[in-house]
Design a protein around this ligand. Sequence first.
Ligand SMILES: Cc1cc2nc3c(=O)[nH]c(=O)nc-3n(C[C@H](O)[C@H](O)[C@H](O)COP(=O)(O)O)c2cc1C
Length: 189
Amino acid sequence: MELKDALRARHSVRVFSNEPVDESVVRELIEYATLAPSTFNLQPWHFHVATGASRDAINQVIAQTTQYLREYVDKIGPEAVDMAARFYADLGGAPVVIGISAPVIQDELIDSNNICLSIGACIENFLLLAMEAGLGACNLSVPEWVASDLMETFGVPEGRALISIMILGVPDEVPVEHEHQSDVITWLR
Ligand SMILES: Cc1cc2nc3c(=O)[nH]c(=O)nc-3n(C[C@H](O)[C@H](O)[C@H](O)COP(=O)(O)O)c2cc1C
């Protein structure tokens, strides 16, 4: 697939069939995703890949998010809370749930912003590669309320932070098309 076509075709997938994903496929996705650019070429990413019982344990922690979200019902509305509750309950049935961690660095030159940007580049690679492999994926924010429980369950070691979560599997939905903003440039001539 041409790169531009791939960029247009990529969408977040949140509903999956119950087919498993081969470990070798996940390894290959990660191998190529980690060719991404990174600040000072630090390659700060580490992938904590959860399948089977480990995946279910992670899901249980994420599902606790719903009770905290309910406190924001006035802000986001009951429908959004219910949708989130349904999704967090089983993560769309995704057979693979991946935590992406990075080192916590306190340095004048390397700030956490640049570490996160590096992880973001890696995530976009991963999402495109997953699509090319006939899989679907969605990047998830780490819910602050359960972040430390998630770190523990993913086994993120001391000195690293959990930056993001990725769910992966065989898609079982036609993802939603979004309008894309076009007014995104200011030319300085
Ligand atoms: C940094 C980041 C965090 C995201 N967090 C979530 C999330 O917590 N839950 C979720 O369902 N989708 C999450 N997404 C997916 C976005 O909602 C999705 O990319 C956006 O709506 C555009 O849709 P598309 O990916 O299909 O183009 C996240 C995406 C990014 C890049």
